[in-house]
Structure formats: structure tokens, C-alpha cells
Design a protein around this ligand. Sequence first.
Ligand code: G3P
Length: 494
Amino acid sequence: MTYILAIDQGTTSSRAIVFDAAMKVKAVAQEEFPQYFPASGWVEHDPSDIWSSVAATTRAAIEKARVGVNDIAAIGITNQRETTLVWDRKSGEPIHNAIVWQDRRTSETCQQLKAAGHEPMVTERTGLLLDPYFSGTKLAWILDNVDGARAKAAAGDLLFGTVDCFLIWKLTGGKVHASDATNAARTLLYNIREGRWDDDICKLLSIPRSMLPEVRDCTAAFGHSRADLFGREIPIYGVAGDQQAATIGQACFRPGMMKSTYGTGCFALLNTGETPVASKNRLLTTIAYQFDGKPTYALEGSIFVAGAVVQWLRDGLKIIGNAGETQALAERADPAQEVVLVPAFVGLGAPYWNADCRGAVYGLTRNSGSAEFVRAALESVGYQTRDLLEAMRADWGGAAKGVLRVDGGMTASDWTMQFLSDIIGAPVDRPEVLETTALGAAWLAGSRAGVYPDADGFAKAWALDKRFEPGMEETERTAKYARWQRAVNATLRV
Ligand code: G3P
């Protein structure tokens, strides 16, 4: 039994990847599923789409890999974080669509809680901020808005889960209601210092404790998949939220190591070791991973729009046909023009945390065209990453001055990675294996199953594809970043 099945349930698609004994990708299956936008700023997923896409892709990946189900030693799960589901304990039926992490419907609730002075307590205990991004207020919204939900929840008939927890429930046929520490750390209900659900916060949001899953290590046993799914019960051994799984997949096991993943959004995590570091610069404190009951903490910067800006160039502005065209256009852009795009399409995340501001473009001239727009879009990803690193540097001394390990779809663009290195003034390392998130989940499961090496062995196996070194003059870097900061400040004021 030398293969590992990794499930990567993301925001726009579900993926299943079979890894072999050498931790190499043997087969991948992917399925996109519909996004629902019932009102401005609202984003939902149908739980049955989440489940059916996972069921279909796992089966397809096993088939493509041409491995017998008896050869699969374990399942690892990684997932879009914060997305909130509530289902009936007895029937297993969800009582509402999943409310997705991007959804801003609880913005007003968060404002009210902030105005009532609750944020310092919530931040101290959860490492998070009172922002609609996290699960807690989404869960309260479901209980408040679905008929009879509060009464059912009080009677112990409803269960809450983030996507990992929902998938574990479905895979085990309702036998296991559990989550891992990294996913729990994103709910706004979990005390990351004490490693338990926080009664005061649950009370503040009127959330009954009976709804909440048991929280386990990332390498714990999470039950077995139902025999009828794959023809055999397979143990679920590894679970982590996708950004934490990417941190693991990038082997950022030592304090000071950091990674940045460029998917829909961009999420940078800096390993800060065994002690949680409270941010003075509006970053999040979170659990990077938890082994043997011991959490390792991280500072996280979350940006909501990174790869999504390229989708906007393609689907909104229609100035490119596919992401691959951006490189040539960016290279062609007029160097004399200074177009700056602030992609605050759904507000701004770290370190600004403004749910209400919207995107803006500055510096347009009569000569500005698609090339300048594309360059500004790609540059916005670099500028936003620098915002995060500046905050990390301020929060954690010189530690964040080192190399940035990158992964995710956008890292395929050499132009974007070179600009990133130029603007942050530090080397950017792109690994050979770009399936970093799935690899992280696979390693969690595989190490527990005894198929993969320990953390040291895994870190040694991490291989570099390409290092990007900063080449920009310091004066230019400073001037460009100052222009970005002026643009953001203006956007926040509109
Ligand atoms: O916090 C949200 C994050 O986990 C979503 O990641 O890659 O599914 O967009 P992704």
C-alpha cells in the first residue's frame, strides 16, 4: 500500500490527486462546480455540489492512476477554509447552502460587534479579527435566518462544520464529526492559545457547543471512508486547511520560513514557531499545523484578489483570452506610463480589512491600453504581497527578510514572479512540485501511514524549480511602492 489519495476541495473546483511512494503525482482529476451569488457580496456553494464533485474526482483519480484501491494507504484532505456548513445530525441534510469565505453578508454584524468593543477579546483568543471572512458570524447568520434553526440547534439536532469536517462526515457516512486544528483556527470560535472552543465567544454569537466538531491534530485518525465509496474502507489520516497544507507542502517547518500561495486570492504564512505572535499590523495569528497535540503558529496575511484579477482581465474586460497571454502584454506595456490598479473588488483584506471599499485604477492617460491594464493587474499582486511582508517584518523583526516560497496558478508567470521579487526586494523560490497544497495533505496522511518520511526527510525532498532574484534599483522600488500606497490610501477614502 504505497499510494496516497489527496482531496483538495477548493473555492471553485474540487481536485483529487493520487501520489506515489516517491510523493510524485500519479494522477489528477478536477471538477469545477457552480458559484451562487444570491445578492451583492454574497457567495454560496451547494453542499451537494461540493460532495458530488469530491466523490466523482476521487473515483476518477483512482481510475486514472490505474492503482488498485488496496494500494491506497490513506486519504488526506485539504480544503477552502472558513466556508460554513450546517446540517441535520440525523438526516445528514444541510439546512442551507454553504456560505463561502468570500461572502460579506455579515459585515454589519461584525461592525456592531466591533462597536460594542468585542474585537480585542476575540483577537486575543482566536488570532482573528471581526471580519465577515471567518465562519463564526456566518454560522450565526444561518441559525438566525433558517426557519426553526435556532430551536433545532439548541436541541442538539444540528451540526456545524467547515468543508474538511463536512467531507469527513460524508466520507465516513456520518460516523465522525471532527475537524483539525488549522480549520478550527479559522472559525472565530476556537481559542488558539488554549486549544479549545471558546465558551465566551460561542455565547456572544449564541452558538451552542453541541454543534461544534471535535478538534484533532492534522495527522490524527479521522475514521475510514465508507466501504461502498471506493470498494474498501480507507483511513483518513491527514487534514489541514488549504493554506496551511501549502505551508506544509512547501516544507516551511522552521520559524522564519514563509510561503505565499497565488490562487483566487493570495495567502502568505510565516512560521513563527511554538508561540503565537500577536500582530500589531492587522495580520492574523493562526495555527500552521498541529502534531502530537502541539500547535505551531503562523502569522498570516490574506489578500482576497490575486489570480481573480487575471480572471477579471479575461472574463470582465475580455482583453485576454487566457492567463498565458498576460506575460507578452505586460512585457509590451509602455514603461513611461504609471497605471496602478487597486483590485479591491470585494473590499481589501490584510492589512487594511476594509469590507466596503471597491476597486480603482489610477494614472490612466489617452495612451493607456490593454498592455498597461495587464501590467497593472499583475503588479497589484506584487504590491499586495509586499504589504503583507511589510506587516510581517514589523510584527516579527527581521525574520521575514528571507526567501519567499511561492506556489499556485499565478506562479507559472515568470514575469509576475520577477516583479514580485523586484518589489519585495527578496528572493522568490518556485518549487518543482506546484501541487503544493495537495502534496501537504498527502504528506500528512502518508507520514502517519508510514509511507512517507518524517518532516526532516520531507523538507530535504523539497526541490527548487527556479529562484527569482530582485533586479530592480532600490530607488525605483521605493518610488513604485510609494505610488501603490498612495493609490490604496485614495481608494480607502472614496
Ligand atoms: O481562506 C480561504 C482559502 O482557504 C481559499 O483558498 O485556494 O480555495 O481560493 P482557495
